[in-house]
Design a protein around this ligand. Structure first.
Ligand SMILES: Nc1ncnc2c1ncn2[C@@H]1O[C@H](COP(=O)(O)OP(=O)(O)OP(=O)(O)O)[C@@H](O)[C@H]1O
Length: 647
């Protein structure tokens, strides 16, 4: 970011330091694209104007070509009407102020006056047409831009979504979609003001060439003031966007149902409120700083405009007194100057607004570009129809920005298909990371994942995802009906009752559904009226039903029984075993080693490395990590509880 002289560093609030560990401001230099701040000079603004107008026009045509055509024609027409009206006024004034006989003068001026009235009527009609079509266009343009934005968010790699810099771009670009809507209105007004200005300037040049530079001098100060303020607002926005996000986070926490019990039991309400207030006050201080600067800039600009106006009218007076200009011409000149000054003012203001919106649209365009670069690649090699084995070959993977040891370190292992394979290891040993790589959510930094010899890194990612069903540890509890919560497992196929019933049976979730007040049509979101909440274990069964509904070849279950009671756990493992019996591969992550006994193969991970592989019996016999963990768990049931000390 370009440092500005005299720009004070925003104060760091105690709340930010305590809650978020430091100032919540983004490093704006993260993007490899052109720095938006460099695009804020007056020259850059003018250079970018045609591009801004063209990009608004392109979006508008995409959203509604007919309405775009109406707006353009109407605005062009209004400009022409303005010029004709000025010329007609000039002609009427010349006739009214020439000659001696008043009725004669009026008669001579009548046709010009009729023209003035007629063009005013046409102008009004054109304005109505433009307002109507702009109203049609704006929401459509916003929708088109928002759809593109959401497509980008849904289409990028998981790594991009987890990257804070990309997330910042997502945050700022969301305002770009709204800005595209405003750009239509501002764009229209720019076109209109530009045409009226050209008309007024043309008329002025004809009247006297000295008047044109004076007109420009009169409007320069307001341009400078508007541009300076816009630049400050945009700069401040970018510096403070993360802070604003944190403020929303706090207010969201105070109202969200998940946090409500803890807020009440731990009495966290006043704590969060206090910090919300402190964060808001810091943001208010920034607003006050901007307003102070805007008022100062406005005052300087107003003084400058006053002097320029004085000079203009003094010049006009001197021309009149010196006999260099007729009175009627001076009258038209005053009108043309007023029209021109007002058009120029509007033009500068609207270009500036357009420019300010364009900066946000610029963020949106940067997001489109960045998202295209980070998109999940389309196409690729086909995977074998019925593979026998998936082989991890020296796979190493680190999460972006994690400088310490890799989450997976040189892992080589085999996953024979059609079996139950368990992944075992202590917290943070890399089990979830391994299955995420298997599902194609991440790609290895080094090494390969081979499906019967075909490198998954080169495979069509869509086809790979087709094969996989996953119940992640933190699987999504969609705030939709129970039916949808199961059927989203494969939302691309028509929903059938048979498939739903079979998946629910496969997951042993019949009772969960039967207990719902409206069966499968029960809304599973308590914060909506008529909504219902499930327990953690009940949700887990629906999650498994969702994965069963997907009918992928490989079922990945990450901690499937964490929220289940002992009986339910046994039952769920029974169901998972039955699924494997159908020829489906099950990759199971669990800490309950008793449940691993039924696996065909166990891989044990430690600190991201594979330390043991084998059948449960082999691993128990070998006395390694698995055997040690197993013994620890078994001990918990057999160890004697120490007798209470005598009083
Ligand atoms: N999204 C992420 N971004 C950055 N680091 C991550 C991310 N997810 C996991 N890690 C890190 O990667 C390492 C392996 O995590 P992983 O979730 O694969 O372990 P795990 O064996 O599944 O653990 P657990 O048994 O607790 O679920 C950990 O050090 C963790 O901090």
């Amino acid at each position: 970011m370009r440092k500005r002289r005299g720009k004070p560093e925003p104060a760091l609030s105690g709340s930010e330091r305590l809650l978020f560990g430091g100032p919540l401001r983004y490093d704006t230099g993260w993007s490899k694209h052109a720095d938006a701040f460099l695009q804020l000079s007056f020259r850059a603004m003018l250079v970018r104007l045609p591009g801004m107008l063209v990009s608004s026009l392109r979006l508008a045509r995409r959203a509604d070509p007919r309405a775009t055509w109406i707006v353009l024609t109407a605005e062009l027409g209004r400009g022409v009407v303005g010029a004709v009206s000025l010329l007609a006024v000039n002609s009427a004034l010349g006739r009214l102020l020439g000659g001696t006989d008043i009725p004669e003068r009026l008669r001579a001026a009548a046709p010009a006056l009729v023209v003035v009235a007629a063009v005013m009527l046409v102008g009004t009609l054109l304005r109505a047409a433009s307002v109507y079509a702009t109203g049609l266009l704006e929401p459509k343009v916003e929708r088109v831009a928002t759809e593109l934005y959401l497509e980008c968010a849904a289409g990028v790699e998981l790594e991009a979504i987890e990257d804070h810099a990309f997330h910042k771009l997502l945050d700022t670009a969301q305002y770009g979609a709204r800005s595209t809507r405003h750009m239509i209105g501002y764009g229209t007004q720019v076109v209109n003001a530009l045409i009226s200005l050209i008309a007024a300037a043309g008329v002025l040049t004809v009247l006297h060439p000295a008047l044109l530079p004076l007109l420009a001098t009169m409007t320069l100060p307001s341009s400078w003031s508007a541009l300076t303020n816009a630049r400050r607002r945009y700069e401040s926005y970018h510096t403070w966007v993360q802070h604003a996000r944190a403020g929303h986070l706090l207010s969201g926490l105070l109202t969200e149902p998940q946090a409500a019990p803890e807020i009440r039991v731990h009495g966290m309400g006043p704590f969060l409120l206090r910090h919300f207030r402190a964060m808001s006050e810091t943001a208010e201080a920034e607003q006050a700083r901007l307003s102070r600067l805007a008022a100062r800039t406005g005052l300087i600009a107003a003084g400058w405009t006053g002097l320029a106006t004085l000079a203009t009218y003094a010049t006009l007076g001197a021309l009149l007194l010196g006999g260099a200009m007729a009175l009627s011409v001076a009258g038209t000149a005053v009108l043309a100057i007023r029209t021109g000054a007002s058009s120029l003012d509007t033009l500068v203001l609207q270009i500036n607004q357009l420019h300010e919106e364009a900066l946000f649209v610029g963020d949106l365009e940067r997001l489109y570009e960045e998202a295209a670069e980070r998109a999940i690649p389309a196409g690729g090699a086909a995977l074998p129809e019925d593979p026998k084995e998936i082989q991890f070959e020296n796979v190493t993977f680190s999460y972006p920005g994690e400088a310490t040891r890799p989450a997976l370190d040189d892992v080589t292992l085999a996953l024979p298909l059609g079996r139950i394979i368990a992944l075992v290891g202590e917290n943070g040993s890399g089990k979830t990371t391994l299955v995420k790589l298997l599902a194609g959510l991440y790609t290895p930094d080094r090494g390969r994942i081979l499906w019967d010899g075909v490198d998954a890194g080169r495979a069509d990612r869509r086809l790979l995802a087709e094969r996989v069903a996953m119940v992640a540890q933190d699987f999504k509890r969609w705030p939709f009906t129970a039916r949808v919560n199961v059927a989203v497992g494969r939302s691309g196929v028509p929903m059938t009752e048979e498939r739903l019933a079979a998946s629910i049976a496969d997951a042993g979730a019949e009772e969960v559904v039967a207990d719902l007040p409206h069966g499968l049509d029960t809304l599973l979101a308590r914060h909506f009226s008529g909504g219902h909440e499930l327990s953690g274990g009940q949700w887990q069964r629906l999650g498994i039903a969702r994965a069963a509904y997907r009918r992928g070849h490989i079922l990945i279950v990450d901690e499937p029984t964490a929220a289940l009671d002992a009986r339910a756990e046994l039952e769920v493992f029974e169901k998972i075993r039955a699924l494997a019996g159908n020829g489906q591969t099950v990759v199971l992550i669990t800490h309950r080693l008793a449940s691993v006994r039924h696996a065909d193969l166990v891989h044990v991970l430690e600190h991201g490395r594979l330390v043991e592989s084998g059948t449960p019996a082999e691993l128990l016999a070998s006395g390694g990590v698995y055997a040690e963990l197993y013994a620890l768990q078994a001990e918990q049931f057999t160890a004697r509880i120490p007798a209470p000390k005598p009083a």
